[in-house]
Structure formats: structure tokens, C-alpha cells
Design a protein around this ligand. Structure first.
Ligand SMILES: Cc1cc2nc3c(=O)[nH]c(=O)nc-3n(C[C@H](O)[C@H](O)[C@H](O)COP(=O)(O)OP(=O)(O)OC[C@H]3O[C@@H](n4cnc5c(N)ncnc54)[C@H](O)[C@@H]3O)c2cc1C
Length: 428
């Protein structure tokens, strides 16, 4: 059987290859980097990520929280049991996760992306059906009769240049947030209103928050200056933490926010952050990368090709999470390709079925997250809801349900929900 070509070995590309292998379909996975390689990220692996990994192998979630010998510092993932939200007025609540998927595993994990991607890379390397090619940047593609041709151009010392070609019946582009193929294939352009910019760095010896009622919560600080974005502290093993800010790009440009300076200012001036990070030591540079948000539908397929992960703009518009959707899109791509092979249909019309699979699964959540992103832009509303939530256990329970249940989040759209909060009605 001819190999499926996959460009990019982040979570989306590796999941596509692994799900294809489970169906007995061989692939060639090509990445411009050599592994282990880093990826700028918050390093948060939600329950959705762990659920998708379970679909590949139920033991992997547990393996993630073990120490990994391929790193030079204490490594592996740290189990997280909940979320802590800080409102613009400094009020906070802790919401424990409901462990909806696998009760044997922590409901969430924080793990450096260099290690998480290397973990998946090892799984890929141990899978016979996957041929992994590293250090190779694909620069172009074209349809050529009944084939798709990917090109890598070597610049040689001589006058001529030697192109290297990979041919197959179908290609999957998993080349991330700055995908050149997304533009070429479906005209996906950067649209600042549906795009966020994120920065992150690492700290060591972060002070533990004595008020937290769950172990290792991921913390979201909704500071007035970066709304509807937020600053995060995600705890890592060994007293390290990933600290960053994510904000919609049009807001960042309009407010003329320089993210790096803003992060330093918040840590210096915000009373909560001063307590947590004042005595901590920054251990890495502040680095930035893009988050293409799923708040707008895009064309995700074409003749003989599909887009997955960030290349398909599948990042949650409120939380900024993209790893779970990257893995999920890899699974759907594998299903569509399996059907395409069975029916020998690689044309644009048939592959549109992939777009439908993706948006049938994710569009409802993207719509609701976009709505929440707009709501949290108002610090007054946020402070008001938070003031009530700190005193109302029923409201806290509703928020706990909302973490896992997309439909429960729809309550935030209903005026009567706010009326009940206002009246202090306990049954929300
Ligand atoms: C600051 C920040 C914080 C974030 N925090 C979180 C978080 O806590 N949790 C979460 O779930 N998500 C988070 N995200 C989003 C998450 O990082 C992405 O959604 C995720 O990495 C998408 O995976 P991917 O496989 O699509 O792309 P990537 O992980 O970007 O992988 C793309 C791969 O393609 C390769 N490549 C690119 N171009 C080529 C080419 N031409 N030829 C060959 N190879 C190529 C690259 O080397 C890379 O290995 C965050 C993002 C940012 C920027």
C-alpha cells in the first residue's frame, strides 16, 4: 500500500500517523526539526488530550507522569487536579476537575512540550508502519495526475539546486500555526480577530498558593490589562512552572501591549503574582508564538490533501488549548483517509467529508468559547460573577460542570442565569 505523506511531526502529525498505523495504513512523517525539539506552549495537557491518547493506548496517560530518562532535569508530567481562577479584582476560586475519562489517571497533566512531543516521537519510532524523516523542510506541493508531489529543495554549493521529491496519493499538512500550506491550499490568512499571540517562560521555586484546595492547579489570572486574554501559571515537576500570557492579536495591537514588558510589569506590581513569583527565579527566555483560533470556519481540505491541528486553526478561542484538538483532528484525518483508500477517492469533493467531521465535533465548542471570550472582556461582569461565586457553592458546582461539559457552558448565554445569581438562588 502506498504511504500517506504527513508534513509536520507535532501532536497533530504524529497522531495522524499513529491513528493511520492502527488501521494498518503506512505513512511517511516529515519534519524540518530533529527531535527532541521544543515548541512554545503553556504545556497544559487537559483531560481531552488524555482522552485522545487513551484512544491510541490506555497505558500512555500513566506513562506520562513517570520520570523520563531522556531529560537533563526532573522531568515527566505533573498531575493536576483542578483550576484556579483569579478575577480582575483579585478574588479567586478553585474548581476541582471532575475526572470524567480515566479514573486511574490524574484528570490533567502539565508537561514540557519538548518532553511530551519526544514521548510521542518514541511511540512513532516504535511503530513499524511509520517512516520518520527529520531535518527536512518541505517547501512546496503540487498535484500531478493521480499523485501529490511534495518538494524539498536542497541548496547545493554548485550552481544548480537538487529538488528532493516525495510522492503519494494523499498528503496531510500538520505544519503548525504558521503553515504555508494552509494559505496555499485554502487561502487561510492570518486574521488578527481570530488569532492570538502567546508568550511563555519558565520559573523555578514558585511559592505554593496556600489557599488552593486542590493539588497542583493550573492558574488563570484574568488581569484587567490583558482581557479577554489571561496570564497563566502552570506547575511543573521539581518546583518549576510555565508562566505566560495569551491575548487576541487585534486587542494586543489596539491596546499597544508589549507582551514581554507586560508580563514583567504584572509580576512586579500585581499583589497575587508578587506573592507567587516574587521569590522565584526565571530559568528561560520569554518566547512568543501564534495561536490560530477556531472562532471562524475554514476550508480544511483540497484535492489530495487535508489540514490538521494548528494548520487547520483549531485552537480553542477562550482557553487557547490546541493539543487535544490537534490529536482529535489527526484521528478524523485517519478515518477520512481510510475511507478514501477503500473507495479510491482522493478528490476535493470526497475529502470535504473531513471538514464536516471536524466541525460536527468541534464547532459547537468553538462557538461557546467565542461567546465566553467576549463575556470575559468585561471586567465588571467578571468581578461581579466572581464575587457571587466565592459565596455560592451551587454556582461553583455549576462552573465545575462547565469545565467538562460544553452544553453546561451555554448557561452563560442565558439572562436568567445571571438573574438567579443576582437573586442568590441556590439551585442554578
Ligand atoms: C504560548 C502558547 C501557549 C499554549 N498553551 C497551550 C496549552 O497549555 N495547552 C494546549 O493544549 N495548547 C496550548 N497551545 C497551543 C498548542 O501549542 C498547539 O495547538 C499545538 O502545538 C498544535 O500542534 P500541531 O501539531 O498542530 O503543531 P506544532 O506543535 O506547531 O507542530 C508543527 C510541526 O511542523 C513542523 N514543520 C513546520 N513547517 C514544516 C515544513 N515546512 N516542513 C516540515 N516540517 C515542518 C515543525 O517543526 C513542528 O514540529 C499554546 C500555544 C502557544 C503559542
Amino acid at each position: 500500500m502506498e504511504r500517506v505523506l504527513i508534513v509536520g511531526a507535532g501532536p497533530a502529525g504524529m497522531a495522524t500517523a499513529l491513528f493511520l498505523a492502527k488501521k494498518g495504513i503506512p505513512s511517511t512523517l516529515i519534519d524540518k526539526a530533529t527531535f527532541p525539539r521544543d515548541k512554545i506552549c503553556g504545556d497544559g495537557l487537559s483531560g481531552w488530550v488524555l482522552h485522545m491518547l487513551d484512544k491510541l493506548d490506555e497505558s500512555w496517560g500513566e506513562e506520562l507522569v513517570q520520570d523520563h530518562s531522556f531529560s537533563d532535569h526532573q522531568s515527566g508530567g505533573l498531575g493536576s487536579w483542578g483550576i484556579r481562577f483569579y478575577a480582575p479584582n483579585g478574588k479567586s476560586i478553585t474548581l476541582p476537575y471532575l475526572s470524567k475519562y480515566n479514573p486511574e489517571q490524574p484528570p490533567g497533566i502539565v508537561m514540557r512540550r519538548k518532553e511530551f512531543d519526544y514521548f510521542l516521537y518514541h511511540k512513532v519510532k516504535n511503530t513499524d508502519a511509520i517512516e520518520m524523516i527529520e531535518g527536512t523542510e518541505i517547501t512546496d506541493f503540487k498535484n500531478d495526475g493521480d499523485k501529490i508531489v511534495l518538494t524539498k529543495r536542497h541548496n547545493t554549493t554548485r550552481q544548480n539546486t537538487t529538488p528532493t521529491r516525495y510522492t503519494g496519493k494523499i498528503a496531510v499538512f500538520a505544519d503548525g500555526a504558521r503553515s504555508k500550506f494552509a494559505q496555499q491550499l485554502s487561502g487561510i490568512q492570518k486574521d488578527d480577530h481570530h488569532h492570538a499571540t502567546g508568550i511563555r517562560t519558565y520559573y523555578k521555586s514558585v511559592t505554593i498558593d496556600p489557599e488552593s484546595t486542590v493539588d497542583n492547579p493550573v492558574e488563570f489570572y484574568f488581569l484587567r490589562s490583558v482581557l479577554p486574554g489571561y496570564l497563566w501559571i502552570f506547575p511543573l515537576p521539581g518546583g518549576f512552572a510555565n508562566v505566560g500570557i495569551g491575548i487576541r492579536t487585534d486587542v494586543m495591537k489596539k491596546k499597544k501591549i508589549h507582551l514581554k514588558s507586560e508580563l514583567a510589569r504584572c509580576i512586579r506590581e500585581d499583589p497575587q503574582l508578587k506573592k507567587r513569583l516574587g521569590g522565584a527565579k526565571q530559568t528561560g527566555p520569554v518566547e512568543a508564538w501564534d495561536l490560530p483560533l477556531g472562532s471562524k470556519k475554514r476550508k480544511l481540505s483540497g484535492n489530495r490533501c487535508l489540514l490538521v491541528g494548528d494548520a487547520a486553526s483549531l485552537v480553542d478561542p477562550f482557553t487557547g488549548e490546541g493539543i487535544g484538538n490537534a490529536l482529535n483532528s489527526g484521528m478524523h484525518a485517519a478515518e477520512q483517509i481510510s475511507e478514501a483508500i477503500r473507495l479510491n477517492r482522493f478528490d476535493e469533493e470526497f475529502l470535504k467529508g473531513y471538514d464536516k467531521r471536524i466541525y460536527d465535533k468541534l464547532w459547537n465548542e468553538f462557538r461557546i468559547s467565542t461567546m465566553i471570550q467576549k463575556l470575559v472582556a468585561s471586567p465588571r461582569l467578571f468581578n461581579w460573577v466572581m464575587n457571587r461565586a466565592t459565596r455560592n457553592q451551587s454556582l461553583q458546582n455549576t462552573f465545575i460542570r462547565m469545565i467538562d461539559d460544553v452544553d453546561a457552558r451555554k448557561l452563560l448565554q442565558k439572562p436568567w442565569f445571571y438573574m438567579k445569581i443576582l437573586l442568590g438562588i441556590s439551585n442554578i
